[in-house]
Write a protein that binds this ligand. Structure first.
Ligand SMILES: Nc1nc2c(ncn2[C@@H]2O[C@H](COP(=O)(O)OP(=O)(O)OP(=O)(O)O)[C@@H](O)[C@H]2O)c(=O)[nH]1
Ligand SMILES: [Mg+2]
Length: 325
């Protein structure tokens, strides 16, 4: 069909695509990183540009972008932009229920799950986050915060040890009262990486970010006022550049605390393979399609009952479905 005969909308879309390619080739489009998203509005940051984030909207009103996404933008003046294209993602972490999926962050190198003894962290939630992270192929460390509360920390010590035994790195800090020690403890782990902080509300994620990025609170408060939330608890995810004196070439993402963490986007097989201690036992059950719940001859259940693998994690795994996605 000659192009003049194509419907006007199609011609328009094609011309726009060609225009975007030409613009990128001509240097009119910049590569940027999504530093925050608020529904249809985004903050985008151009690496190396020493200026505040631009406020951006997407072409075509698409909303399926998240913090950490790499995009091509058409700048508008000094402080605004249109997001033209989403670049391929290296990693993507999401959570989901049966109806919808929430994109949490893209292109992160590692996740720090922040837990604490006070209020006590929820192990079912921790298990879900770890399964999602393993399935997404993203490295995870546990950040045990509020270690200044020695009694509360001692109460969760057996569980910390269980995760350490599984090979998860554990970083113990007191982000609030011991900022200098916290920065030193995290220096190597943060350097040369983009880190996503996750955890329940009140575990101290924002306190940790404020310890690492001195002007983070100021910047977050400014946006909270615009959104008129005025609350202390974090309401949107935000990417910060960690200053060079704290870590080399590091970025950190603060996120809102969650109360649920659905895994509806994962198959049974993905969930099983995300349980590290199950993997060496796979293939040893009596039935090839064993669900590792009630079947006779289940090698994983027998290992849990005999104490060869962690019994609590096994029990929580069997309840994943009953607890809802
Ligand atoms: N004792 C003690 N308290 C801390 C420490 N770190 C944070 N807190 C306190 O824990 C509370 C919650 O801290 P936040 O940093 O707001 O927690 P958050 O994880 O960002 O919570 P959400 O934004 O709701 O997800 C605050 O009252 C902090 O002062 C710590 O190392 N020790
Ligand atoms: Mg917070």
């Amino acid at each position: 069909m000659p192009s003049s005969a194509a419907p006007a909308t199609e011609r328009g879309a094609r011309a726009r695509r060609n225009g975007q390619r030409d613009a990128l080739a001509a240097g009119a489009l910049d590569i940027a990183i999504v530093a925050a998203s608020f529904g249809r509005l985004f903050y985008v940051r151009t690496p190396g540009r020493n200026a505040p984030d631009r406020v951006a909207v997407t072409r075509g009103k698409r909303t399926d972008l998240c913090v950490g996404d790499e995009v091509e933008i058409a700048p508008i003046g000094e402080d605004q932009a249109v997001i033209e294209t989403l670049r391929p993602r290296r990693t993507l972490l999401q959570r989901s229920d049966r109806w919808r999926s929430k994109l949490l962050a893209a292109n992160v190198d590692q996740i720090g799950v922040v837990i604490a003894g006070e209020p006590p962290f929820s192990e079912p939630l921790l298990l879900r986050v770890l399964i999602a992270a393993e399935a997404a192929g993203i490295a995870v460390a546990l950040i045990v915060n509020k270690c200044d509360r020695s009694e509360a920390t001692a109460a969760i010590r057996p569980r910390i040890d269980a995760y350490r035994a599984l090979g998860y790195p554990v970083l113990e800090i007191s982000a609030g009262p011991a900022p200098q020690e916290t920065r030193a403890a995290l220096h190597d782990w943060l350097s040369s990486r983009t880190t996503l902080l996750l955890g329940q509300s009140g575990m101290g994620k924002s306190t940790l970010v404020n310890t690492l990025v001195p002007d983070a609170e100021l910047r977050t408060q400014a946006i909270s006022q615009v959104l008129s939330s005025g609350k202390h608890t974090t309401t949107f995810s935000r990417l910060f550049d960690v200053p060079a004196e704290v870590a080399d070439d590091a970025r950190i993402i603060d996120t809102p605390g969650f109360q649920t963490f659905g895994l509806a986007h994962l198959s049974d097989s993905q969930r099983v393979h995300a349980m590290r201690e199950f993997v060496p036992l796979l293939g040893q059950c009596r039935f090839y399609n064993c669900s590792h719940r009630d079947e006779p001859g289940c090698a994983i259940r027998e290992a849990a009952q005999a104490g060869r693998i962690d019994e609590l994690r096994y029990r929580l795994f069997t309840r994943l479905e009953a607890d809802g996605d």
